[in-house]
Design a protein around this ligand. Structure first.
Ligand SMILES: NC(=O)c1ccc[n+]([C@@H]2O[C@H](COP(=O)([O-])OP(=O)(O)OC[C@H]3O[C@@H](n4cnc5c(N)ncnc54)[C@H](OP(=O)(O)O)[C@@H]3O)[C@@H](O)[C@H]2O)c1
Length: 267
C-alpha cells in the first residue's frame, strides 16, 4: 500500500530506546525524521532504519541538550534545513537516582536542563514552523513518576510532573490553532534507562512489569495523531495511574518511594 507522505517529525533522544522506536513508528506512518541526540553512531543507525520505511527522508543532528547554547543551535539547525515540520517529539531524558543531597548539584542541573528546559526551548523555537502546517503535533514524554513525589528520584519525578502540567497548559494556549499537545506518561519501559541511571538493582522488577518500547511508542504516536491530551500506555500502567490519582497523596508517595529506597545500593 502506498504510504501517505507527511511532513517531518523532530525526535529528540532518537539514538536508542523509546526515541528510536517513536522515530521508526513515525517513519512507518510516512513522517520524515529529524533525529537529535549526542551519539552519532546510534543516530545514523536509526536514521538508516527509518529511511527504509519513509523513502530516505531522514536527517541527523548531533546535540547535547544538557547545554542550553547547543539546544538553541540544534533548533537553528532544524530550521535551517527548511523542511516542513509536522511534529516535535520531546523525548530525550534520563534520571539521576539517589538521595538528593548525595548527588552532585551539576548532575541535577544537567538532568533538569535535558528533561525540562530543552523541551521548552525547542518547542518555543520550532512552534512558528510547526504552525505553518494546517495540522501539527507536539508529543512530550513525561512519566508515571510524574504522578507521585518519589524519594531517590525527587528531581526526576519533579521534572516529569513539570512536563505533564506544562504540556496540558500549552495545549490550552494552542487550542484552536491546529497544533495539539500530547503528553505520554509511561510506566517502566525496557530500554537503556535503568543502566543510564545506575538503577540496575531494579532490572528484575522492570523485566516483570515493564513494557516494550515498541508498544509504548505505538500507543504514544496513536494518541498524538488522535490529539489526545495525555496517555498512559498499557492496561496495567493505565489502571495503576488511575488508582494513584484516587489514593491519598501521602500513601502513593510512601508506596512509590519504598520500592526505590529498598533497591538503593548501600554506599
Ligand atoms: N524507560 C523507562 O522506564 C521510562 C519510563 C517513563 C519515561 N521514560 C522517559 O522516556 C524517555 C526516553 O528514555 P528511554 O527509556 O528511551 O531511555 P534511554 O534508552 O536511556 O534513551 C534516552 C535517550 O535520551 C537521549 N539523551 C540523554 N541525554 C541527552 C543529552 N544530554 N542530549 C541529547 N540527548 C540525550 C539519549 O541519547 P544520547 O545518549 O545519544 O545523547 C537517548 O537517545 C525519557 O524522557 C525518559 O525519562 C522512560
Amino acid at each position: 500500500m502506498q504510504q501517505l507522505q507527511r511532513g517531518f517529525a523532530v525526535v529528540t533522544g532518537a539514538s536508542q530506546g523509546l526515541g528510536e522506536c517513536m522515530a521508526l513508528e513515525l517513519a512507518a506512518r510516512g513522517f520524515g525524521i529529524i533525529a537529535v541526540a549526542r551519539n552519532r553512531d546510534g543516530l545514523d543507525r536509526v536514521a538508516e532504519a527509518c529511511g527504509t520505511l519513509n523513502g530516505g527522508r531522514t536527517r541527523v543532528i548531533v546535540a547535547d541538550l544538557a547545554d542550553e547554547a547547543a539546544t538553541h543551535q540544534a533548533a537553528e539547525a532544524v530550521l535551517s534545513l527548511g523542511l516542513p515540520l509536522e511534529a516535535l517529539v520531546n523525548n530525550a531524558g534520563y534520571a539521576v537516582w539517589g538521595r538528593f543531597p548525595e548527588q552532585a548539584l551539576d548532575a541535577h542541573r544537567s538532568m533538569l536542563q535535558v528533561n525540562m528546559l530543552a523541551p521548552v526551548i525547542l518547542t518555543h523555537r520550532l512552534l512558528p514552523a510547526l504552525r505553518q502546517q494546517p495540522r501539527s503535533y507536539l508529543l512530550n514524554v513525561g512519566s508515571m513518576a510524574g504522578y507521585a513525589a518519589v524519594s531517590t528520584l525527587a528531581g526526576y519525578s519533579g521534572s516529569k510532573a513539570f512536563v505533564r502540567l506544562w504540556s496540558r497548559g500549552l495545549r490550552q494556549d494552542l487550542r484552536g490553532t491546529g497544533t495539539t499537545v500530547t503528553c505520554v506518561c509511561p510506566g517502566t519501559v525496557l530500554t537503556g534507562f535503568t543502566a543510564r541511571a545506575g538503577m540496575q538493582a531494579l532490572d528484575q522488577l522492570a523485566k516483570k512489569f515493564g513494557s516494550t518500547p515498541q508498544a509504548v511508542a505505538r500507543s504514544a504516536v496513536k494518541a498524538m495523531l488522535a490529539g489526545r491530551p495525555e496517555v498512559v500506555p498499557g492496561v496495567l500502567d493505565s489502571l495503576t495511574a488511575r488508582l494513584m490519582k484516587l489514593l491519598p497523596e501521602a500513601l502513593t508517595e510512601q508506596v512509590a518511594s519504598s520500592i526505590y529506597v529498598k533497591h538503593l545500593p548501600r554506599s
